[in-house]
Design a protein around this ligand. Structure first.
Ligand code: NAP
Ligand code: GLV
Length: 294
């Protein structure tokens, strides 16, 4: 709040739940649905998500339906996601799970090394974050494909678009990165059927949303030997339940939804700039289309 107030001189910035007179609230920045019924803010002009995802706002039946929703687009967020995805792609590409297993048994054994150009990485969701990850993987020489609604046009990336192209995209993929938004069309998209389309021994990096993945189907695909590993940053229930099999599964790496954290120093200027734009009658950055869901 202090940082936002400093970035918005002349504007009364308050921390929830100290909103003051509800009718005086024009802008709200939020994560999750903790604010409850947003319709009581009768003069609300914009709803800002404190993250890239907006399903927590669009899915709230108590949101004022005509107020624009704006997602977070900020460079530090993008960098965080690129770091995380790169770290895990390299982890699988350089066979670190196998070396970790060898170390546990004291085995000194060189394994074959695959050139990046022979490693097929597939990214689902070629938006702000998927594109950032694809660009750097291409620069490192990986064979990268992207899947989105409209055909991706990143130089060096093989583009696939729409449901009809999903099977072909998955069939070529050895390391799958999910960076889709959660919408009615993408919920449960990673299920037994789609996981089975991946190459044998493929690995999954899920940094989109937990509900993209049918968790039991992933466990079955790992246990059958079809998939070699999974890195999961997001889960159907967060925090992940204490007794969830992911915690101890030998092929699963769990992180607590930290792939790209919202950092104050870059999120605040991004939100403040959109408030400035809105007040100046200029287009804001990251306005969501509620009909598309992202
Ligand atoms: P974005 O810029 O809105 O990009 C979304 C991409 O997904 C676009 O390429 C879009 O296709 C594609 N897409 C949407 N619906 C689709 C569908 N039905 N079929 C195929 N492609 C579809 O979003 P972003 O900023 O990159 O963020 C993506 C998601 O990452 C967020 O929504 C959030 O869930 C997740 N995220 C996670 C973390 C974390 O810490 N784990 C952090 C930040 C974000 P078009 O290009 O054709 O529109
Ligand atoms: C985090 O998950 C985000 O959507 O920014």
């Amino acid at each position: 709040v202090t940082a936002l107030a400093a970035a918005l001189p002349g504007i009364d910035v308050r921390a929830w739940p100290d909103t003051g007179e509800p009718a005086a609230v024009e802008y709200a920045s939020l994560w999750g649905d903790a604010a409850g019924d947003m319709r009581r803010f009768a003069n609300l002009k914009v709803l800002f998500s404190l993250g890239a995802g907006v399903e927590h706002i669009l899915g709230n039946p108590l949101r004022p339906p005509d107020v624009p929703v704006v997602r977070l687009i900020d460079p530090a967020h993008r960098t965080g996601m690129i770091e995380y995805v790169l770290m895990r792609v390299l982890h699988y590409h350089r066979r670190m799970p196998e070396y970790a297993a060898q170390q546990a048994q004291g085995i000194w054994r060189e394994r074959s090394q695959c050139a990046p150009g022979d490693r097929r990485v597939g990214i689902m969701g070629m938006g702000e974050l998927g594109t950032g990850c694809a660009e750097i993987l291409v620069r490192l020489g990986f064979d990268v494909a992207g899947w989105s609604r409209s055909p991706p046009t990143i130089v060096g990336v093989t583009g696939f678009a729409g449901r009809d192209a999903l099977a072909a995209f998955l069939a070529r993929t050895e390391i799958l990165v999910n960076l889709l938004p959660l919408t009615p069309e993408t919920v449960g998209i990673l299920d037994a059927g789609t996981l089975a389309m991946l190459q044998k021994n493929a690995c999954l990096i899920n940094v989109g949303r937990g509900r993209h993945l049918v968790e039991g189907d992933l466990l079955a695909a790992l246990d059958s030997g079809h998939l070699a590993g999974a890195t999961l940053d997001v889960f159907c229930t967060e925090p992940l339940q204490k007794d969830h099999p992911f915690w101890t599964h030998p092929k699963v790496t769990v992180t607590p939804h930290i792939a790209a954290m919202t950092l104050l120093q870059s999120a605040v200027p991004a939100i403040a700039e959109n408030v400035r734009r809105h007040r100046a009658g200029e287009p804001m950055v990251g306005v969501v289309d509620p009909a598309r869901g992202y």
